[in-house]
Design a protein around this ligand. Structure first.
Ligand code: DSN
Length: 407
């Protein structure tokens, strides 16, 4: 690379990613093939419109690429093209969710979504997001005692508020979601059911988590979390909604699609369809359960008592350590997490009561149960300061070198 400044930063980031334990639940490491599609000449091309209906010439191969990504996406989730369509042009998760609402929900109508501080996402109707400004959020949460979804409470709220659309699928909820129950709740109040599958898309593709597709009207997902693709998003819709979704993406919301990104998504979908992907997805869940129970045995309270997915929340404030202090301390020793609110948190979002841990990235590196138990020990030692910083740092680097990332 001629630009030595950027080259130096890329090399430094490779080193950082290689030598830290990444427990950010929304991150992963893509394959070389995904990287190379992302860095391909498809980035040079403008392709406003859809296959065979573009506003620019020269799109023969972009058309083939976009069609391929769509076919692979439907196939991966076992969807009939007679019943479902997929749009592969959304730049990322937030525009995907916005497009879905723009297509389906009249402005000012009610969107029933999980509160951000209980595991929802900004785009599920939070007041600081466009989704809370253009639409009216009916917030729901988890049960105070169990810290799990309470379908009775959600159903009563839906009946009372009659939202136009209900969103399920979260960013910090570790338990299984009963999509069938959500379908029944949506039907009882005449709402559209949208599932934001961003976090667990790879688990569903790998059959390590139940599929929402038999029950949902719309499924949005980012492609860069457990699905292990580039940063992008997909919007699946039942046929009656598909034309409106396509129009909302283009020309409603976006300009030209990022063809290089669509190519990289196609590669990720190819990889997720391989026979070894379900093994990867199952290992993520195994690793997460072991990491959570390892920490539990060391005295840490895990929100809701455990996990069924790729992530969980640790109540660090239960032992007098704020989420910010915990995150900063761990980062200083090479363990990367994010501070996170826990349900019914009394502390501020900038220094909440917990941290969120996820294992998709470490599982990609090849780490298994043994390493998870070691990492639980290192987190415990770091937070309780019962081992020296130098020792923990050395252990982190030793572990990381055994499981290098591939770039
Ligand atoms: N920011 C992502 C996460 O970390 O969960 C969701 O968009």
């Amino acid at each position: 690379m001629r630009d030595k400044t950027v080259e130096k930063l890329i090399k430094a980031e490779v080193r950082r990613q290689n030598e830290t334990i990444n427990l950010i639940a929304s991150e992963n490491y893509v394959s070389r093939d995904v990287l190379s599609a992302l860095g391909s000449v498809f980035t040079n091309k403008y392709a406003e419109g859809y296959s065979r209906h573009r506003y620019y010439g020269g799109n023969k191969f972009v058309d083939e690429l976009e069609d391929l990504a769509k076919t692979r996406a439907l196939k991966l989730f076992h969807l009939s093209p007679k019943q479902w369509s997929v749009n592969v042009q959304a730049y990322s998760g937030s525009p995907a969710n916005l497009a879905a609402y723009l297509a389906l929900v009249p402005p000012g109508e009610k969107i029933m979504g999980m509160r951000l501080d209980m595991g929802g996402h900004l785009t599920h109707g939070h007041r600081v997001s466009f989704t809370g400004k253009l639409w009216h959020q009916v917030p729901y949460g988890v049960n105070k005692k169990t810290e799990k979804l309470d379908y009775g409470e959600i159903s009563a709220l839906a009946k009372k508020e009659k939202p136009f659309l209900i969103v399920t699928g979260y960013t910090a909820y570790s338990r299984r979601i009963d999509f069938k129950k959500f379908r029944a709740i949506a039907e009882a109040c005449g709402a559209i059911l949208m599932v934001d599958l961003s976090h667990i898309a790879g688990l569903v593709a790998g059959k390590a988590y139940p599929s929402p597709f038999p029950h949902a009207d719309i499924v949005t997902m980012t492609t860069h979390k457990t699905l292990r693709g580039p940063r992008s998003a997909l919007i699946f819709s039942r046929k009656q909604y598909s034309a409106a979704i396509d129009k909302a993406i283009f020309p409603g919301l976006q300009g030209g699609p990022h063809a290089n990104q669509i190519g990289a998504v196609a590669v990720a979908l190819f990889e997720a369809a391989k026979p070894q992907f379900p093994k990867y997805a199952r290992q993520i869940v195994k690793n997460t359960k072991i990491l959570a129970s390892g920490l539990q045995k060391l005295g840490w309270r895990i929100v809701s008592g455990g996990t069924d997915s790729h992530l969980f929340l640790v109540d660090t404030w239960g032992r007098g350590i704020g989420g910010k202090e915990a995150g900063d301390k761990l980062e200083s020793l090479g363990i990367i997490v994010n501070k996170n609110a826990i349900p019914y948190d009394t502390r501020s979002p900038v220094d909440p009561s917990g941290i969120r841990l996820g294992t998709a990235a470490l599982t990609t590196r090849g780490m298994k149960e043994r390493e998870m138990l070691r990492i639980a020990g290192l987190i415990n030692a770091a937070l309780l300061k019962n081992a020296s910083a130098a020792f923990i740092q050395k252990e982190v680097v030793r572990l990381c070198r055994k499981f290098p990332i591939r770039v």
